[in-house]
Design a protein around this ligand. Structure first.
Ligand SMILES: Nc1ncnc2c1ncn2[C@@H]1O[C@H](COP(=O)(O)OP(=O)(O)OP(=O)(O)O)[C@@H](O)[C@H]1O
Ligand SMILES: [Mg+2]
Length: 263
């Protein structure tokens, strides 16, 4: 488990120097085991930042370090839950999970990996027979859970979650929020999570560090580390004057940022 350091990170999709920057001089230090929630307007570069953390894109300048090692490419120690689930449609949910597992544990027997995959499916509250279902046979919430099951099953030390609950109804969303917190908290050595959301309340419930990205070229315009007990509780949280104050502060930041864009 290592700290994550983002140093003077700038990025343009059109390559070195000449293109329009999406991210400009992003700096962030995150301790191992933190749950970081990233907020920001649509198009500001949240998914891009996760892709850079995953090693799927290369910084135009600056760097990302895991411990003392500079991120140079993808690693099985960093797993991403994509905004659109990222399940291969021609494979069953189980085969999707097995594919990731067999890359992570190449010498493990298939039978053992299938057991791990089924356990991962059950851990996210799905029936074991979802293993044999194709993504098109699953609801949005079920697909999302499969994507989360796949990420947790490979036991990464860094989990990158891109608006994982964006398309879900409020009840399913609340259940999955609790589930992710439970999975995160029950590990002896907690995973470091980067979690993108548009929902301020979700960020306050889940995160112990909240970062807001401003409009492009984007950098972090607001950052707050929260001092909190290990377990979150919705009722307590939203009755707390401290949290309500922070909620107002975050919403104000957004409004100011959006207003800048349209002024
Ligand atoms: N593959 C790509 N090639 C070129 N430009 C891209 C690519 N992916 C994203 N962009 C651009 O980079 C910017 C940031 O996109 P990104 O997907 O990171 O935003 P986001 O903050 O995740 O938005 P949303 O909240 O809508 O998901 C946008 O202007 C987008 O058009
Ligand atoms: Mg996005």
């Amino acid at each position: 488990m290592h700290n994550v350091t983002i140093e003077h990170l700038s990025f343009s999709y059109s390559g070195a120097g000449d293109g329009k920057l999406v991210l400009e001089d992003v700096n962030l230090k995150v301790e191992a085991g933190e749950f970081v929630c990233l907020l920001g307007q649509s198009g500001c570069g949240k998914s891009t930042l996760l892709r850079l953390l995953a090693g799927l894109e290369v910084p135009t300048s600056g760097q990302i370090k895991i411990g003392d090692t500079v991120v140079k490419g993808a690693s099985l120690d960093r797993s991403m839950v994509f905004q659109d689930y990222g399940l291969f449609p021609w494979m069953t949910a189980g085969e999707n999970i097995l594919l990731a597992l067999s890359e992570k544990f190449p010498s493990e027997k298939k039978k053992k990996l299938a057991e791990i995959a089924i356990q991962a499916i059950c851990n996210v509250g799905l029936d074991a027979d979802v293993f044999y279902k194709f993504p098109k046979e699953l609801s949005g919430g079920m697909k999302q859970r499969c994507a989360i099951a796949r990420s947790f099953s490979v036991d990464p030390s860094i989990l990158l979650m891109d608006e994982p609950f964006g398309a879900l109804d409020a009840v399913t969303r609340a259940r999955l929020q609790d589930m992710v917190l439970e999975l995160w908290a029950k590990e002896e050595q907690k995973k470091t999570v980067f979690f993108v959301t548009h929902d301020v309340d979700e960020a306050l419930l889940l995160g112990n560090r909240i970062c807001v990205l401003g409009q492009t070229p984007s950098h972090i315009i607001f950052e707050r580390k929260l001092q909190r007990k290990e377990r979150r509780n919705r009722e307590e949280l939203f009755d707390s004057p401290e949290y309500m104050h922070l909620r107002h502060e975050l919403i104000k930041q957004f409004h100011q940022d959006v207003a800048k864009r349209y002024s």
